[in-house]
Design a binder for this molecule. Sequence first.
Ligand code: KIV
Length: 270
Amino acid sequence: MKKPLRIPDLQARKARGEKITMLTAYSAWMARLLAESGAVDLLLVGDSLGMVELGYDTTLPVTMQDMLRHTRAVRAGAPHALVVADMPFLSHQASLTQGLRNAGRLMRCGASAVKLEGGQGISPTVEKLVSAGIPVMGHIGLQPQFIHAQGGFRRQATRPGEERQLLADAAALESAGAFAVVLECVPDEAAAQVSSALRVPVIGIGSGPHCDGQVLVTHDLLGLTGSAAPSFVKQYAALGQTIRAAVDSYAAEVRSGAFPPSRKRQEKDA
Ligand code: KIV
């Protein structure tokens, strides 16, 4: 089996120009499949959990309890993977102590690192966690926890001054000690600028090809979310259709009596 990537290896990967792959996982079975593929460098227990698994419209209702449970499950399914767990909405803003305590809880459930949405404003928290030995991944551009403040799931850094702010946020996260930064839904040129300005890897989502790596929500790329998937997603499979067809066949065979076969027929067929 391929040796799993470690956090100190990531910067060298960027320096060598080797792209980094990250995908979300929320369950033990999915984490196991992704780890077995050997093709995914980082697993993200994203708070997108709320939207793709729990049926919420946004990520805001996701709680620490949700994140702890699913981080534990992902670690159980992928014991050697580099697992990043999202700090959910309002889990670190009350105080540095709250941030440290909640990040520590995620680490105790098996996370190798935590991810926080926010730029310059959260650099004291990033510094605090990093100094306590908790690796931090930043997340700027479209920040789903800021959905109301940002005016919906819309492309960021498109208005005058926003690109400068994006670069300042990225630089602040790197200076505070973040080991990587997720850059969501910004124009390709802005993503290219941020990626070349930082030494740490920039992992893009909906931000074009110039980032140091890419992340997607696994349900989206597998075709499980159908038309609810964002427009930048490439669906590499149509598992929604596969599941519907399998369920139809099962129900038809139960109704017709073809499944299950009688024990006698099973013995004859064996
Ligand atoms: O929650 C999540 O899945 C994320 C990715 C979309 C980057 O933050």
